[in-house]
Design a protein around this ligand. Sequence first.
Ligand code: 13P
Ligand code: SF4
Length: 360
Amino acid sequence: MAHQLEVERLSHSWIEEIEATKRRLGDELLILAHHYQRDEIVKVADFRGDSLELARRAAASSAHWITFCGVHFMAETAAILARPGQQVLIPRADAGCFLAHSVDRVQLLDAWERLSQAIDVERELLPVAYVNTSAEVKAFVGERGGACCTSSSAGKVLAWALARAPKVFFLPDQHLGRNTAHALGIGDAEIALWDPNYPPEDLSQFRRARVILWRGACNVHVRFLPEDVTRVRKEHPGVRVVVHPECRPEVVRLADEVGSTSHIIRVVEGSPPGAGWAVGTEHRLVARLAKENPDKKVVSLGDPPPYCAYMSLIRLPDLARVLSGLLSGEEPGLVEVPEEVAGPARAALDRMWEALDDGR
Ligand code: 13P
Ligand code: SF4
């Protein structure tokens, strides 16, 4: 109890310091936070959202400094979309992402080269990269006419790509790719899996496939299993199941709803009092949903519930350090992408806006 009081006292003083710096920097500063961030970080942010909403918000902002409380690829995406003179900072540069780490440009060049022995890659194959990738991977995709997508834009982007090429190379999340393909009516017979660690000798399956998936996965979302759906339905009769599309297809197939983090929030918040939800996504979001919707039953689909270790890294002192640096003329945690990488990566992101047909 004494420990808890001490933690609250410290948090309170960090929050006061952050709020005071925010007042001093005014419109020059925008703090963005992803839904998986800690509660205290979300509380001091100007805006919280899913990956697509955060990218949009960053791109529309005229603030001089955008402090991104999320993982590195998200801050990098904001830096790629930033206007001249605008700076993006991340309080923990080591906040990575299991998916983003599962593919790099060298592996991708190797895959492209090997696939070219079976497919006319320049004419037949269009790459689509989940935003959970490095700027270099986005640039690779942009250079080849491909597009980026987020969990909430994957359907439209995959449809956009398939309207332009007979085959799509979707990377790096095999589950998001397969779930999105299924939703477009593409069955497993038309999908092939590319394992970058064990590239196959026999390439005939890639010649036949419409969608080639990179063998990557989010280690948080793969924790949810079909037996979890069976268990929560038994433990909480009447409960509905909502999951993120990074979950395994066997889980998505059993769920009542699937969508991005913001979609999950809308589904739970929009349901009537007394509704019950088992949620298959990162637990900081699920715990917050439970707290903010006391008239509903909100539980994790997982037992124990999974956390994203990278998203948990940013704490109040990390954010306070970035902001006090700005006051003293420094830019701690600056995220920089050289223009030769940012240019083609931006082209891939621009094609996502094109596929969404909303010009951002
Ligand atoms: P959203 O775009 O749904 O917020 O997902 C980001 C993410 O990293 C999920 O694990
Ligand atoms: Fe990456 Fe998974 Fe964490 Fe999302 S939850 S940021 S995909 S590791």
